[in-house]
Design a binder for this molecule. Structure first.
Ligand SMILES: [Zn+2]
Ligand SMILES: [Zn+2]
Length: 277
């Protein structure tokens, strides 16, 4: 299996030494991993783009590629925090780095960290549409290969099962349609299985809906294997601890197969390849 969402000690909120991530991944039977360290576009964030040292990360990846040759494929990714209005800055960054892929994620709404924003909205009895608007903008920006943890606002809710997800179904559909049209890969982020919400981001219902869109686009179930229709998925653990590398991988495989997917996607120098489930 694969895990394209690992934070190493190059992310301010993780202390997994890159070599340790490789050891954990190899021990757990993963075939392909991707380092997806944080890059943010607000100066107050600890992962602000000006602090990013891509050359250092790539040098370490190259050393590990040598060390793990024939054992483990190591991809160079980044998790980029999408902020509306910062598209050209994000594009300049992406153009300047020899990344295998970029995961686009929403970590801020109106300048407030999603963790804080969600709890304030929940306590005030306000909805979460502004978050999904930004996820849609991230999808439509065309900047990313992978769309990260689509509905991860559930992570921070006191009552994650009652947040009124049906209110956002229309918006989620628009996000999925945008992804399907462009071939933007939707991430199944397994970290939700270790949070109070107990379900990955996104959950089975959204994944099935996405697979269904593939059938609609291509007129056949083959459309969901990742070959046609652009309805494609990948898997990431969002590991910030070494023991989280590959977390929930087998469960993810079963969930994706149930939803109708035959493969997950990986990227080498931003070219997409399918990895059979
Ligand atoms: Zn994230
Ligand atoms: Zn992450």
């Amino acid at each position: 299996m694969v895990d394209l969402h690992i934070h190493t000690s190059f992310s301010p909120d993780s202390n997994i030494a890159p070599e340790r991530a490789c050891r954990a991944a190899y021990a757990r039977g993963l075939k392909i991993i991707g380092f997806a360290d944080h890059v943010e576009f607000l100066p107050e964030d600890g992962a602000y783009v000006d602090l990013y040292d891509g050359a250092k990360i790539l040098a370490e990846i190259e050393r590990l590629r040598e060390r793990y040759r024939d054992k483990l494929e190591i991809l160079y990714g980044a998790e980029v925090g999408f902020i509306p209005g910062k598209e050209s800055q994000i594009k300049d960054f992406l153009d300047s780095q020899p990344l295998d892929y970029a995961v686009g994620s929403v970590h801020y709404v109106d300048g407030v960290l999603v963790s804080k924003w969600v709890r304030e909205r929940e306590l005030a009895g306000k909805g979460f549409a502004p978050y999904f608007e930004i996820v849609l903008a991230a999808a439509e920006s065309g900047l990313f290969q992978v769309l990260g943890h689509l509905d991860y606002i559930r992570k921070y809710l006191f009552a994650p099962q009652e947040y009124g997800r049906e209110d956002y179904e229309g918006m989620v559909d628009r996000i999925l349609e945008s992804a399907a049209k462009q071939g933007l890969v939707i991430e199944l982020n397994t970290s939700g299985w270790r949070h109070a919400t107990g379900e990955p981001y996104p959950g089975e219902k959204i994944l099935k809906r996405f697979a269904q869109l593939g059938r609609g686009l291509t007129g056949g179930v083959t459309g969901v294997t990742g070959v046609a229709g652009g309805v494609t998925v990948t898997v990431g653990s969002d590991a910030h601890k070494d023991y989280e590398v590959g977390y929930g991988n087998e469960r993810a495989r079963r969930l994706l197969q149930r939803a109708g997917f035959g493969s997950v996607e990986v990227f080498r120098v931003r070219r997409r390849f399918s990895f059979p489930l």
